[in-house]
Design a protein around this ligand. Structure first.
Ligand code: PDD
Length: 284
């Protein structure tokens, strides 16, 4: 059985307990991170730890443990569950308190939960060789998407809409421009230029995005950070998404229109390769 971490203890998943008064449960008053594991090692842990700190700060939430201890917990959980390739999910909530919209004045002990998912072959080329189909849906999330909160109901609805339409995922559109995918950042490629929406409160500041854009610049690729429309994407040479669980994943169809002849493009393939190479080399 899977071993999970709850507030200082490593316990079998069926013995893990969180209060019914936990504000994560009552108010979605919590944040999370997802870190991938390749070859038993964590990919870009420092980036995820830094974003976690920022998310907590934006919500005036206490840091449950320091970065060093957080790394130790991640590693211990990977070891205890024998994870070769997979994901570590970290959830922090403000903790339990009698139900009240206001943050508890006396403060609370944050709830810290981590669990793993084993995903053998997470970085296998097979999925990337096929590419994803996406549909566009209106972005109906709240306005602070830069904070990685656990309010994932709309992304969940978006994945269901995609499934119902026979697609793999959805890209969200606001004021005529693509914000991001339901659980990833969105990109198009036109000629030799990579286009992706600029950072702001409208999108999550992807850790994979930061690494991929840095690697693209180092490889002398041109990058434009600006909004783009679904129509522009449908006329692009390539499209792709990035996230900690998909790395760099080509998109080959948008609202039924094939992109780049319906086959993954060279820019996405190259970025995936250099991202995975560097990430494995720097993994902890
Ligand atoms: N999702 N945008 C959204 C809305 C996301 O949920 C994610 C990550 C990203 C990519 O961020 P990163 O590169 O740091 O993973 C962008 C994670 C993987 C999830 O919820 O499963």
């Amino acid at each position: 059985m899977r071993i999970v971490y709850v507030n200082g203890d490593y316990v079998p998943e069926d013995q893990a307990r969180v209060s019914v008064f936990d504000r994560g449960f009552l108010f979605a008053d919590g944040v999370y991170e997802v870190t991938s594991v390749l070859g038993g090692k964590l990919i870009d842990f420092a980036g995820h730890a830094a974003r976690l700190k920022r998310s907590l700060g934006e919500l005036a939430m206490a840091e449950p443990v320091g970065e060093e201890e957080l790394l130790a917990i991640h590693r211990e959980l990977v070891a205890r569950n024998g994870i070769e390739d997979g994901l570590v999910y970290l959830q922090v909530t403000r903790g339990a308190a009698d139900r009240d919209f206001l943050y508890p004045e006396a403060g609370t002990t944050p709830t810290l939960v981590l669990f793993t998912q084993s995903k053998p072959g997470l970085a296998d080329p097979a999925r990337a060789a096929k590419g994803l189909s996406v549909i566009s849906i209106p972005d109906r999330r709240w306005g602070r998407r830069d904070i990685k909160t656990v309010q994932l109901l709309y992304p969940s609805m978006g994945k269901m809409m995609a499934k119902a339409a026979g697609a793999d995922d959805a890209w969200m559109v606001e004021d005529g421009a693509v914000t991001e995918g339901t659980s990833n950042n969105a990109y198009i490629v036109k000629g030799d230029t990579i286009v992706t929406r600029q950072l702001g409160e409208e999108i999550l500041h992807g850790i994979t995005r930061a690494a991929v854009l840095r690697l693209a610049a180092e490889a002398q690729m041109k990058v434009e950070e600006r909004p783009f429309t679904i129509e522009e994407a449908q006329g692009a040479d390539e499209a792709f998404v990035t996230s900690a669980s998909a790395f760099v994943m080509p998109v080959v169809e948008i609202d039924g229109a094939p992109i780049g002849g319906g086959r993954p493009g060279r820019v996405a393939a190259r970025l995936r390769e250099i991202y995975l190479d560097e990430s494995r080399a720097k993994a902890v």
